[in-house]
Design a binder for this molecule. Structure first.
Ligand code: GDP
Ligand code: ZN
Length: 456
């Protein structure tokens, strides 16, 4: 399907910019071998580690290190690939890249090596996306999932669904070719049974993908409440368990704070809303607007009160200005904090609207209830194993395939219109093909690979 394979040779720094023990420059394309020969002074042996000086085009020794050459198609990109592993300093890396440019390469775009691997059928699209997910992973659970996707777990399950659909389509389309027998054919139960089987398998894949997407993207939680309710204390309790991965990023105002932590490997983006006060300061107002745009997107809003201040369980009575502005009050949870100073205990009321959680950020009593509640509202299954990483794009495609099959089932059990059923099966197959990249628009590819880092 792709005939836009570029014939030029690309070059980029493959390691992170900055200083490191080793820095790697990677070159891919038809001139890689020729560039290697010029920079080494000899033609490298395929898949052999040469320890050798790296030369500029005027013969000057720029660096020395390990040179590797992988002739296509047995390389990451499927093209001829030349790799220079030198001393990881920015000046020397820059110099080596400049040299490859003078010898006929051009700078690679973000994700262009991976894109070429995809276009040369070394990886499908879900696997290519998994490379980026692996590099971006913020927990070991997310990294393991990405690795399983990269190894083809997700793609295999999608491909199996596509195979089942192809079988079913063949059957239905054969029926259409014999109009006088079509209805008998469709009514014999075989089509219905096969269709139901594909639907069940699709539902399974979608459930796993939803868990994988949750582990990749996580959930966003806003903690709102009046000063001294204990918002920062709760944030500290949540982060302590995971303190190795805590980062504080102050927003545009000193009052908006985000933390990224994990719940059973699920990323949790917590936003403290201390800055949500009326202010005449223009810069601070922008910060408040940003905080609100986060709140509007949040998966969960925790309204926190000091349990001593109010017995009220009705959010509108606790903080009407805040609650009335929430786009979706069903995402609200009331957190009554400091129960160590009252006699109300830590029993949660999960069936009320909003749910009520009682905690003490000081003693950590009830905090596990809160964590479990957050996992529950997102449907996180902490016991699920063998997950693969998935993205919103994949979930959308699976949902479209599911819908097409539901329409098909309605056709089959209703009018028994074979043509329309065949059309639904085709639509489902098309949607699944978007996951592995069998059917994918070029602009989507640009968007996917454009979000990769340069050199990958
Ligand atoms: P924030 O303004 O909402 O961020 O509130 P802080 O987290 O800064 O807490 C305000 C005060 O309440 C601090 O002195 C905390 O030590 C105290 N505090 C917070 N949570 C609890 C709690 O559960 N029990 C008790 N006894 N004190 C708490
Ligand atoms: Zn605070």
């Amino acid at each position: 399907a792709f005939d836009n394979l570029s014939n030029d040779t690309i070059t980029a720094l493959a390691t992170a910019p900055g200083r490191g023990g080793v820095g790697i420059v990677r070159v891919s394309g038809p001139r890689a071998g020729e560039i290697a020969e010029k920079m080494l002074g000899f033609y490298p042996r395929p898949r052999h580690a040469h320890h050798t000086p790296f030369l500029s085009d005027d013969g000057q020794v720029l660096d020395e290190g390990i040179a590797l050459y992988f002739p296509g198609p047995n390389s990451f990109t499927g093209e001829d690939v030349f790799e220079l592993q030198g001393h990881g300093g920015p000046v020397i890396m820059d110099w080596l890249i400049e040299c490859t440019l003078r010898l006929g390469a051009r700078l690679a775009n973000p994700g262009e090596f991976s894109e070429r691997a995809f276009l040369n059928d070394k990886l499908d699209l879900a696997q290519a996306e998994a490379i980026s997910d692996l590099i971006e992973a913020s927990s070991r659970a997310a990294a393991s999932n990405a690795m399983r996707s990269l190894q083809g777990e997700f793609s295999k399950r999608v491909t199996a669904l596509v195979q089942e659909l192809i079988g079913l389509r063949t059957y239905v389309e054969a029926a259409i070719d014999f109009p006088e027998e079509e209805v008998d054919f469709l009514a014999d139960g075989e089509v219905a049974a096969q269709l139901a089987a594909v639907q069940a398998n699709l539902t399974n894949v979608k459930a796993s993908a939803a868990q994988g997407a949750l582990m990749r993207d996580g959930m966003s939680v806003v903690i709102a409440g009046r000063p001294n309710a204990g918002k920062s204390s709760l944030l500290n309790v949540l982060t302590e368990r995971d303190s190795a991965i805590v980062t504080d990023i102050a927003g545009t105002t000193r009052d908006v704070l985000r933390e990224h932590i994990h719940l059973d490997g699920m990323p949790l983006h917590v936003i403290d809303t201390a800055g949500l006060r009326d202010t005449p300061d223009a810069v601070e107002q922008i910060g408040v607007q940003r905080a609100w745009s986060e709140i509007e997107k949040a998966d969960r809003v925790l309204l926190m009160v000091d349990a001593r201040d109010t017995a009220e369980l009705e959010p509108m009575k606790i903080w009407p200005e805040f609650v009335s502005r929430l786009p979706d009050p069903s995402r609200l949870t009331l957190v009554r904090n400091k129960v160590d100073l009252t006699s109300e205990g830590t029993d949660a009321d999960l069936s009320t609207t909003p749910p009520v959680i009682r905690i003490s950020a000081a003693t950590q009593a009830g905090v596990d209830n809160l964590k479990q509640h957050l996992k529950d509202v997102m449907g996180l299954d902490s016991t699920a194993e063998g997950l693969f990483s998935a993205r919103r794009r994949h979930l959308d495609a699976l949902a479209r395939a599911e819908e097409a099959l539901e329409n098909g089932a309605a056709q089959l059990h209703g009018a028994m219109a074979g043509e329309l059923l065949a059309e639904d099966l085709r639509a489902a197959q098309q949607a699944l093909g978007e996951i592995t990249g069998e059917f994918t628009a070029d602009d989507l590819l640009g968007e996917i690979f454009g979000s990769f880092c340069i050199g990958k």
